[in-house]
Write a protein that binds this ligand. Sequence first.
Ligand code: COA
Length: 161
Amino acid sequence: MKIVPLTDEDRVSVRMLELACIREYVETIIGKKWEEFDQEVRQKLGASASGSFSHYRDSGLSFVAKEGDKVVGFVFAQMIPWVDGIEKAIWVENIGVDPEFRRMGIGYMLMRRLAEEGKKMGGNVIHSSISPDNISSLLLHKKLGFLAEDRKIAYLDLSNF
Ligand SMILES: CC(C)(COP(=O)(O)OP(=O)(O)OC[C@H]1O[C@@H](n2cnc3c(N)ncnc32)[C@H](O)[C@@H]1OP(=O)(O)O)[C@@H](O)C(=O)NCCC(=O)NCCS
């Protein structure tokens, strides 16, 4: 198992894995049916969507976990120049691990690699949005030392403003 920077060769497999993780999140945490999302909406979901893949590939802060040639985990992240009064904050857009490879330390290794590389790039903090109902994600973040109690990121869609 190795953790390597995201490249173009991962595009198709990481897309499939991220969509599978999003589907799982939608069905188990939000409690909605995947079929409620039409094809156009599904295409735009996730950091691996065609509009944002290159951005995350080029951030230097997105990584995949590979078992042989198989992509079994991912983290998509980027550096934000200023947020909430903090210069150089790293934003985690999404992290996921193939269900068959969970509880093997892969999520932890992906986040550790992100933290190491982010620090080398001058990053001061990592921000990651967590649903309090997502216990695995919450416990993963806590194990890494994140302050995670009662934290959520509020959201305003400016297309409706
Ligand atoms: C959250 C997720 C990425 C964790 O990946 P993982 O590779 O299974 O996590 P790890 O094996 O590295 O676990 C690290 C720690 O997290 C905690 N943890 C992870 N999954 C857990 C679970 N199901 N139950 C309890 N603790 C869990 C444990 O503290 C674990 O350490 P331990 O094994 O020494 O007890 C994975 O469950 C996943 O892909 N979930 C679906 C997608 C998702 O929810 N992503 C998060 C969006 S913010």
